[in-house]
Design a protein around this ligand. Structure first.
Ligand SMILES: *Cc1c(COP(=O)(O)O)cnc(C)c1O
Length: 396
């Protein structure tokens, strides 16, 4: 057999499947080991498991066979050495930040337009535990890189949501390397299909598996993946923070992963078609989508991503009233938060994810009242464009 690693789509299609062969007659799909505890056997066996002399299971928060299959699969798809699975994307960010900061002093540097849930999490950590977090405006690249240069650890999200701004990962890694600061990339929006952060030298990748990796909008989950093998300290942090996942949900994510490459092709295609169509509409004043040739960072996009992804946002010339009217007129597209599922969703960030900000804060962040965020699903793009058209067209 050839030793060339299989391509990503092939690895997705076989996610978690186990060929036993040799007449063993085992199940191809991983069994769902829905048990909190494991029979430890004799005192000697139990000793060997607890001392780490032998790989074994004791308690599902410490480790579970189904969850381990998912962890190995996620590490493989991102090209990392090891992964840890968590109960949500927020739990993954908490765990990754804790692992990255462990033994280091100085600020956690991140940018102002990270996912709202991560922003709130870091605000909670900084007020309760006095964690020093610096939120930088990433549009001033020299300020961003200067902050990275004095960071204990760096948390980056690219593309950002909802404005789809990119951060230069290679430049960020180069600066962080000089001081040894670990770089964490939230790759939820891009997915391993569209962006390969480990190839650019980052240390950690986090995901909300709630989104594209599971892909069916039916569970909450997360993971963190390390380019180098995990240290015992990292496994200890994960197990003790406690945001671990049950076997059944891990199994559902494995099932979702099998179609990841195929689904991303459709998400990419639909979002690109919608972005191009919206750009030509007089009711639309601006479209934010990394795959457009008019994106202000089109050059960086070509260096860093292979496709534009399934998420985009656009601004209606008619402002807040036009955006509300658009949302009310949608028939196929659904007004719901989140992204990465089969159904196309649209929201008004100013009235949902960014509602907690002051109007001035929103304006500073570039979130206008007429901004609509759209997560392109898996429908036929002709149906989606017909729905967009009827929702945009003024009543005559
Ligand atoms: C949704 C999301 C998260 C948080 O994930 P949960 O599963 O909701 O906890 C983190 N980062 C990004 C980019 C997300 O979209």
């Amino acid at each position: 057999m050839s030793t060339t690693p299989h391509r990503l789509a092939t690895r997705c299609a076989h996610a978690g499947a186990k060929r036993t062969g040799g007449g063993e007659n085992g199940p191809l799909q991983p069994p769902i080991v829905q048990s909190a505890i494991f029979d430890l056997g004799s005192s000697r066996d139990s000793d060997a498991i607890f001392s780490g002399e032998r790989k074994g299971y004791a308690y599902s928060r410490f480790g579970n066979p189904t969850v381990d299959v998912l962890a190995r699969t996620l590490a493989d798809l991102e090209g990392g050495a090891d992964a840890l699975v968590t109960s949500s994307g927020n739990a993954a960010v908490l765990c990754a930040v804790t692992c990255a900061l462990q033994g280091r002093s100085g600020p956690l540097v991140t940018h102002r337009d990270i996912y709202g849930g991560s922003f709130e999490l870091l605000r909670v950590l900084s007020s309760v535990y006095l964690l020093h977090v610096e939120f930088i405006d990433p549009s001033e690249e020299h300020r961003w890189l200067a902050a990275v240069g004095r960071a204990a650890a760096v948390l980056v999200e690219t593309p950002s949501n909802p404005l789809m701004r990119l951060i230069d990962l290679a430049a960020t890694v180069e600066i962080a390397r000089a001081s040894g600061a670990p770089v964490i990339v939230d790759n939820t929006v891009a997915t391993p299909v569209n962006q390969r952060p480990f190839e650019l030298g980052v240390d950690w990748i986090v995901h909300s598996t709630t989104k594209y990796l599971n892909g069916h909008a039916d569970l909450i989950g997360g993971c963190l993946i390390r380019r180098e093998p995990l240290r015992d300290q990292h496994r200890s942090i994960h197990k003790n923070l406690g945001g671990t996942v049950n076997a059944f949900e891990a199994w559902l994510v494995l099932r979702g992963l099998r179609t990841l490459a195929l689904r991303m092709e459709a998400h990419n295609r639909n979002a690109a078609a919608i972005a191009q169509w919206l750009e030509r509409r007089p009711e639309v004043s601006r479209v934010h989508y990394p795959g457009l040739s008019t994106h202000p960072q089109a050059q960086l996009f070509r260096r860093q991503m292979t496709h534009g992804g399934g998420l985009l946002s656009f601004e209606l010339a008619g402002g807040e009233a036009a955006a509300a009217r658009f949302l009310d007129r949608m028939q196929l597209i659904i007004n719901a938060v989140s992204l990465g599922g089969p159904e196309t969703l649209a929201t008004l960030p100013a009235k949902s994810s960014h509602r907690g900000m002051t109007p001035e804060g929103r304006q500073q962040a570039g979130i206008s009242d007429g901004l609509i965020r759209l997560s392109a699903g898996l429908e036929d793009s002709a149906d989606l464009i017909r729905d967009l058209e009827q929702a945009l067209t003024p009543e005559g």
